[in-house]
Design a protein around this ligand. Structure first.
Ligand code: SIN
Length: 282
């Protein structure tokens, strides 16, 4: 794909590209937005640097790709719009948000299309985010395994956070106030989904939200799911993004997983995020 309005430089062999030539504080022209959308479809996650944008700019940029998904009440920020998510780890915190491989909100019937995250405060070192290409994860499976996965569905939930609480763990900042009306959410999705825009097949199970295969127990499901978790995030399927203040990542949850590395104890990291609404996985 050749681009007229932006420059797109891949950052790794499997996934991720840096975008140059777009100032996200501006109301971008339609053809610039359609090239950014194409860059997202081609690279699964796109990165922007040195974007000194406000929350309103972030929301306006996000809305160019669809409606934004509102958050449950306990995650909303007083005085801000309901779709703004604060992702924060303070020096005294031990857990971070998004510490395991996952695709955002796969515990919902309609998970988000993508998330847009902007860095406000970054640790002196560490706090990188990994992304993994789930088209390549699917393509790399044997024909036999692909056939076996055909038609299989998996049950996803937000139960991980409840287990962390029940085990006496300290949940990531912002999830302490999980309320009964939020607990627990369950959704069943195909193990292999077809991307609604590219038509490509992608693996769609993840360690953080997938509980078990449909019509099977957790124990029966574990061996296959564990294989798929490890397979889907093999190093050659990934890229690693080093944040600076003003960096932005926009990832496609329909075909990519991500993990926020928790290797910056004693330091502050603060990010603001919006989520673009998706469609039911098919
Ligand atoms: C997330 O959305 O899972 C958080 C990613 C990050 O903080 O890098």
């Amino acid at each position: 794909m050749s681009y007229q309005h932006i420059e797109v430089r891949p950052v790794a062999g499997a996934i991720g590209a840096e975008i140059f030539g777009a100032d996200l504080r501006e109301d971008l022209a339609d053809d610039v937005v359609s090239e950014i959308r194409q860059a997202l479809l081609d690279n699964l996650v796109i990165f922007f640097r040195e974007q000194d944008i406000s929350d309103d700019d972030l929301a306006r940029f996000g809305r160019r790709f669809g409606d934004l998904a509102a958050l449950p009440p306990h995650r909303q920020v007083p005085g801000k719009f309901p779709e703004l998510l604060i992702v924060e780890k303070k020096p005294e915190d031990t857990m971070n948000f998004g510490w395991e491989w996952h695709s955002d909100t796969s515990h919902l019937e309609i998970p988000s299309l993508g998330s847009i995250l902007v860095a406000k405060v970054v640790p002196p070192v560490g706090g990188d985010t990994f992304f993994a290409n789930q088209y390549m994860a699917y393509d790399a499976l044997s024909d036999g395994m692909k056939k076996m996965l055909e038609g299989l569905r998996a049950v996803h939930s937000n139960g991980r956070i409840f287990r962390t609480l029940a085990e006496g763990g300290t949940p990531p900042r912002g999830t302490e106030g999980v309320s009964a009306d939020w607990a627990e959410m369950w959704a069943t999705h195909p193990v292999v989904r077809t991307h609604p825009e590219t038509g490509r097949k992608a693996l769609y199970v993840n360690e953080m939200h997938t509980e078990r295969l449909e019509d099977m127990t957790v124990e029966e499901s574990q061996p296959l799911l564990q294989f798929l978790y490890e397979h889907s995030c093999r190093p050659e399927l990934t890229c690693r993004f080093q944040w600076r203040v003003g960096s932005i990542a926009f990832w496609d949850n329909r075909c990519a997983q991500h993990l926020a590395l928790n290797d910056y104890q004693g330091h502050h990291r603060l990010m603001h995020r919006v989520q673009v609404k998706g469609t039911p996985p098919r």
